[in-house]
Ligand binder design. Sequence first.
Ligand SMILES: [Zn+2]
Length: 67
Amino acid sequence: MSLLRILLILAAAYIAWRLLQRLFPGLQPPPGRPPREFETMARCTKCGTYVPQGTLNSRGLCGRCAE
Ligand SMILES: [Zn+2]
């Protein structure tokens, strides 16, 4: 097999691989570890405890004060 034929096969394999990656983006490995997500902390309006903002209710009370 000539060198040119080997190069053509490698080029075809590379193009096919790129096409597969474009068709199925899920095949690509994740780029490293995803950046860690930090949640904004907010202060409870009643007791003053800092808790994750998502755990405060609509009145700004933590779970304990909202009971
Ligand atoms: Zn509270």
